[in-house]
Design a binder for this molecule. Structure first.
Ligand code: ZN
Length: 159
C-alpha cells in the first residue's frame, strides 16, 4: 500500500519538474483515500515555504475542516525538512512515509529526527526508503540537467 501512494507522490514530483521546480511531491491519505496532494512550488510562488508537504498539509486541513490531521499518513518523495517536520507535528499527522533521504536538510532521521522525539507532545511513526531509488533518481536527473543547462549557457556567452 505504501508503494501505491508513494507512486502518487512521485507523480506530483513530476508535475513540479515540468514547472522547472525541484521535483518533490507529497500526498496525504486518510482511510486509504487521498485527501490532499501537492508538489514543490518554491520558484513559481517565489515563496520559501511552499514545499510539497506544507502545501499538502494546508489542502488536507481544508479537506477535513480541521487543523488536526489525526489518522492520516503523509507520503513525501524526499525526507521532510525542519519546517515541514514542524508542520507535520503541529497538524498531528500519525504516520510519515518518505522515499529518498536528504543529507542536507532531512529532519526525519538523517540530521535529526523531529518526528519521533519524546520531548514533543506528538510523535509520528516514520517509514523511510519507500521507492527511494525512483524518488532520488528524479532529483539526481533534475540537478544533472540543470548543471548541463548552466554549462551550455556559459558556453554560449563565450561564443
Ligand atoms: Zn520542507
Amino acid at each position: 500500500m505504501d508503494e501505491f501512494f508513494m507512486k502518487l507522490a512521485i507523480e506530483e514530483a513530476k508535475k513540479a519538474e515540468q514547472l522547472g521546480e525541484v521535483p518533490i511531491g507529497a500526498v496525504i491519505v486518510k482511510n486509504n483515500e487521498v485527501i490532499a496532494s501537492a508538489h514543490n512550488l518554491r520558484e513559481t510562488t517565489k515563496n520559501a515555504v511552499t514545499h510539497a508537504e506544507l502545501l499538502a498539509i494546508e489542502k488536507a486541513c481544508e479537506a477535513v475542516g480541521s487543523w488536526r490531521l489525526e489518522e492520516t499518513t503523509l507520503y513525501a518523495t524526499l525526507e521532510p525538512c525542519p519546517m515541514c517536520s514542524g508542520a507535520i507535528l503541529l497538524s498531528r499527522i500519525d504516520r510519515v512515509v518518505y522515499g529518498a533521504v536528504d543529507p542536507k536538510a532531512g529532519c526525519a532521521g538523517t540530521l535529526m529526527n523531529l518526528l519521533d522525539d519524546s520531548r514533543f507532545n506528538h510523535r509520528c511513526d516514520v517509514v523511510s526508503g519507500v521507492l527511494a531509488g525512483e524518488c532520488g533518481m528524479l532529483l539526481t536527473t533534475f540537478f544533472r540537467n540543470l548543471r548541463q543547462r548552466k554549462k551550455e549557457q556559459k558556453q554560449k556567452m563565450k561564443e
